[in-house]
Design a protein around this ligand. Structure first.
Ligand code: GLU
Length: 471
């Protein structure tokens, strides 16, 4: 797996936006305003590590500030550069607009291999990066709110939150300066799984339209469908696990850095994940066949292909060889502009990144509002809901003079606690957004696919702000 050419990534995203802008009637020049990043902060800062000074190179790009704060993750990877950060910030703007999360788009990155440093060193580097961002106004609960991305997680977000809190002791909303935090620092239940969960819900949304499935030769339920997943990081792992354990799909291949593991009968995702933690890769996993050329497995016959690793994985070189009729972009930018055209001409359905992986930022939004309200979701209403369902059951049993069946009883007793509320909000968001973009795709002859439809839906919402308010 290679990162590909990042400037290609930015160009690819801009071309995709351009194709959508052509299909809207924006006032002259507004398309350019909406397409380009508004500002980028670049920093080189020193940290003393193992007795020597080392310089770290980082970025934070703000794409659109039509709504504030701007929002998006911070990535730790060696491939990070300015073009990549800009492309990812751009995607964030459209992602937020599509799922109606009231934020602009931003993204940050640090060029670092996080595996090359121990925990203490990573903490020092992260805290120092936070101070640099803070000095320039690139982190703040009201202006710019980072989150986890590739190479970062709750641990890093905890360090960021703690550093910000120390710098701004009088800011009562300091916890809202970053999302994806550990629970004890104001994180929210369900955030770690959120992006993978959103991918699962996006697939459910597709499967609720049998006529669309039929157009690519699929039918029926998700149960038994053959799925190939590229990348078993946080997003790929959760998506694959939920599809296997809850929907009965068969994960027939998992592609990782050290090749792929294939099993036609279906792989046990949790065990593959445990194996990776222990051995650092999929190689040697006993319940499947190892294939050294992982990229070739993208071309394997299956029903659903989920690229959940890096950008630029399906390019003009391999697009024509992809056999999956449905491609779900769990990663950001895994399909290039040219590849996208090839897939479309081949009649495939691509569920685009800006919608498919929007579950993360959606739950980040819930976390941010939780931090601003200073109260856990469900705290006020849970007991009330519980009493309502007890009364409903009592009423039914008294009136009907028979017991409510156990399964219905337990469904009625589903608690309105934080995790269930987050899942409910996420499901509703993903279903609604899918219906909006599908409607745009199906109702207009000049809209060729879900990606263009998603961009048009987002652009129209963003344009509304630019044309009505002084920005
Ligand atoms: N890094 C994630 C993304 O690319 C999450 C962003 C967020 O939660 O703000 O969507």
């Amino acid at each position: 797996m290679t990162a590909g050419n990042a400037s290609g990534f930015l160009a690819s995203v801009e071309r995709m936006i351009g194709a959508a802008i052509e299909r809207t009637d924006l006032p002259p020049g507004l398309g350019d305003v909406i397409r380009r990043c508004r500002s980028v902060y670049q920093v080189r800062f020193p940290v003393q590590i193992r007795g020597e000074w080392r310089v770290f190179h980082g970025w934070r790009a703000n794409h659109s500030e039509h709504r504030l704060p701007v929002k998006g993750g911070i990535r730790y990877a060696l491939e990070v550069d300015q073009d990549e950060v800009e492309a990812l910030a751009t995607l964030m703007t459209f992602k937020c607009a599509v799922v109606e999360v009231p934020f602009g788009g931003s993204k940050g990155g640090l060029r670092i291999d996080p595996r090359a440093y121990d925990e203490e060193e990573l903490e020092t580097i992260t805290r120092r990066f936070t101070i640099e961002l803070d000095r320039q106004g690139y982190i703040s609960p009201s202006q710019n709110v980072p989150a986890p991305d590739m190479g970062t997680g709750a641990r890093e977000m905890g360090w960021i939150a703690d550093t910000y809190r120390m710098l701004h002791p009088d800011d009562i909303n300091a916890a809202a300066c970053v999302t994806g935090k550990p629970l004890e620092l104001g994180g929210i239940r369900g955030r770690v799984e959120a992006t993978g969960r959103g991918v699962q819900y996006a697939i459910h949304a597709l499967f609720s339209h049998p006529e669309d499935l039929k157009s690519v030769g699929l039918e029926g339920k998700l149960e038994g469908k053959r799925v190939v997943v590229q990348g078993l990081g946080n997003v790929g792992y959760h998506a694959a696990k939920f599809l296997e354990e809850e929907d009965g799909a068969k994960i027939v291949a998992i592609i990782e850095r050290d090749g792929a593991i294939v099993n036609e009968k279906g792989l046990p995702v949790q065990r593959v994940h445990d194996h990776m933690r222990e051995h650092g890769g999929v190689k040697g996993f006993p319940e499947g066949k190892h294939v050294a050329d992982g990229a070739a497995v993208l071309e394997m016959e299956c029903d659903i292909l989920i690229p959940a690793a890096l950008e630029e994985q399906i390019t003009r070189d391999n697009a024509a060889k992809i056999r999956a009729p449905v491609i779900v972009e769990a990663a950001n930018g895994p399909v290039t502009y040219e590849a996208d055209q090839i897939l479309r001409e081949a009649g495939k359905i691509v569920i685009p990144d800006m919608y498919a992986n929007a579950g993360g930022v959606t739950v980040s939004y819930f976390e941010w509002t939780k931090n601003l309200s200073h109260m856990r979701y469900g705290r006020m209403g849970r007991r009330m809901m519980e009493m309502r369902s007890e009364t409903a059951i009592e009423l039914l049993e008294t009136m009907l003079k028979q017991k409510v069946p156990a399964a219905l009883k337990s469904a009625l007793h589903t608690e309105a606690d934080e995790l269930n509320l987050v899942r409910s909000g996420l499901y509703d968001t993903m279903r609604d957004a899918y219906e909006q973009i599908r409607e745009m795709w199906r109702s207009r002859k000049d809209v060729p696919d879900l990606r263009t439809a998603a961009y048009i839906v987002a652009i129209e919402k963003i344009a509304h702000y630019y044309t009505h308010y002084a920005l």
